[in-house]
Write a protein that binds this ligand. Sequence first.
Ligand SMILES: Cc1ncc(COP(=O)(O)O)c(C=O)c1O
Length: 361
Amino acid sequence: MNIPHRAGLENFPPYRQGKAPQAVDGLEAFKLSSNENPYPPLPSVVEAVTGAVSSINLYPEIAAEELRGAIASRWEVSPDNIALGAGSVEVASQIILAVSNPGDQVMFAWRSFEAYPLLATTAGAEPQPIALTGEGGHDLPAMAAAVTPKTRVIFLCNPNNPTGTVLKAAAVDSFISSVPEDVLIVLDEAYVHFNRDADTAVGIEMFRKYPNVAVLHTFSKAYGLAGLRLGYAIASPGLVTNLQKVAVPFGVTSLAQQAGLASLCAEDELQERIDVLVTERRRVHDALAAAGLPVLPSEANFLWLDSRGQTAALAAIFEDNALSVRVFPNEGIRITIGSPAANNRILDAARQAAALLAPQH
Ligand SMILES: Cc1ncc(COP(=O)(O)O)c(C=O)c1O
């Protein structure tokens, strides 16, 4: 006899992982579809993880006091303001579970991080996607106007995945002021380290200013720990307490805790790598723009091609160049900035694409 499953689950799309590149004779393949860091872990991080391996017969420390303390000092907040998760995607899930009742609404810009609608739906909440502006940014006035009495949490993704656009401080200030104070606003700053916009909204500043703001950070991107799964929220102590209640117990492993601590001690070294990626982002952006491709300015570790009807033709060129990129049919293509060799290959593909494309923008 078949066990009945939760109603409607057959209609839930699973999370789509970035594709692996296809092999092409004579070309090294590069995966540029998941916004991963091309650098291997720092030796000090490898050493910390290796040192912790001999005790993986024991459960991790659930309160993770040392790591929460270190993150708290980094941001000059209290450890009571820090909630951890197995990646910031798990913390986002905790937030929705802690804040919304079944049938409540979770708002986000669209297109944005693909997990938002999935996390909302699995929590029994209703996703409230609000279309991006024509320039790929959050339409904050439309978002403010769309708030209903059921809207419990609003994700603002800064810089936005996949478009790379930045939310300006003044715009976010007026948005927060125009939204009811009992709606939680989450500034998802997964790509914050790559953001060099002088006028950007800064999550920690918004958190200090407004009691209904929480910030999401991850060790996956700039710190290169995607495989270990570690992220955190900076939030009010009341919210942190409830996030811990809905978290999967022991979700943050002892290896992740040690790697996180070692990374916080190596921020200068990590910064050098981040700076290279930002320089590379600018180089690739400028070359794509010069080749006539519809690339948006980006403050993240990826670029967005606003390729619309030409998406399939462009995607085929990247594939033929042994590059996997994130393709959104008829919308656009997100390309992660990789190693200089991978980035040079993007430029090879761009030259081929330029020859093929008719001007459209
Ligand atoms: C905007 C945004 N937030 C959160 C995440 C989740 O990252 P992680 O769960 O690895 O911390 C991602 C990952 O791609 C992202 O793009």
